[in-house]
Design a protein around this ligand. Structure first.
Ligand code: S5P
Length: 274
């Protein structure tokens, strides 16, 4: 086993001061305050269902992840309600938009259109494939609003091309852009190798499940412990494992707590490696 990445030995609370970006600071503050490294992905197709899931899981999470383009009755009133809940229940909103175009186009996709993502989402993400202009375009909209950006350095799906030198180049692109807007990565591993003193990135990993090992469409799952302890990720992102559980309202709430407990236990265990 190689030595653990130094960032994984620091408590979330000690990493707050290493970030200037307000969204990154808020995420770490919430994680520390609520003792949770769980993000729930609310991949349902109506606003009523989405708000219901958020109300059930809100107390257990540091973040709620959305795909606003799958919600058939999306309105800005819904977004405002989500923002209200994010304040009441203390979590950050992450619109998983996976931008992937030239800077000018993504700046419009982020600020305008039906969804006006930048107006309500604290965090969003982008593929690195178009080059650094994508960061500049999104930053021109998001930075003045205090928003944050993650780059997709790796993916959880089988056969992903985001591996090896693609992942390395993505990391380099983030470093080149600076940490005022890019705050971390969607990745399966601690891709921030050779970090300098005070250089801190948030690693968020989807593809997390306690029961299932995958789906029929290439998704691959690992347990919270594998993700947080073995691979050193900071946040686990869970979708169907929580909102898809059978058994009604209480079951969803209980399952979120179960993932929160597992994720936190793995984090405490990794701190003990010192
Ligand atoms: O590599 C990735 C990146 C993301 S953001 N793999 C993923 O699965 N995701 C997202 O995480 C995906 O779009 C979905 O919203 C969530 C995983 O959902 P689950 O139901 O499989 O847990």
């Amino acid at each position: 086993m190689s030595a653990p990445h130094p960032t994984t030995l620091k408590p979330y609370s000690a990493r707050i001061e290493l970030h200037a970006n307000p969204t990154a600071r808020r995420i770490l503050e919430i994680m520390d305050r609520k003792k949770t490294n769980l993000a729930v992905s609310v991949d349902v197709t109506t606003t009523a269902e989405a708000l219901e899931v958020v109300r059930r899981v809100g107390a257990s999470v540091c973040m709620v992840k959305t795909h606003c383009d799958i919600i058939e009755d999306f309105t800005l009133d819904f977004a405002n309600e989500l923002v209200k809940l994010s304040k009441q229940l203390d979590f950050v909103i992450f619109e998983d938009r996976k931008f992937a175009d030239i800077g000018n186009t993504v700046s419009l996709q982020y600020s305008a259109g039906h969804h006006r993502i930048a107006s309500w989402s604290d965090l969003t993400n982008a593929h690195s494939v178009p080059g650094p202009g994508i960061i500049a375009g999104l930053s021109s909209v998001g930075l003045p609003l205090g928003r944050g950006l993650l780059l997709l350095a790796e993916m959880s799906s089988k056969g992903s091309l985001a591996v090896g030198s693609y992942t390395e180049q993505t990391m380099k692109m983030a470093r080149g852009a600076g940490r005022d807007f890019v705050i971390g990565f969607i990745a399966q591993n601690r891709v921030d190798t050779n970090s300098g003193e005070g250089e801190d990135w948030l690693i968020m990993s989807p593809g997390v499940g306690l029961v299932s090992i995958g789906d029929k469409l290439g998704q691959q799952y690992r347990t919270p412990r594998e993700v947080v302890y073995d691979s050193g990720a900071d946040i686990i992102i869970v979708g169907r494992g929580i909102y898809g559980i059978q058994g009604g309202e209480q079951a969803v709430k209980d399952e979120a707590e179960r993932y929160r407990t597992e994720g936190w236990k793995a984090y405490e265990e990794r701190l003990g490696r010192k």
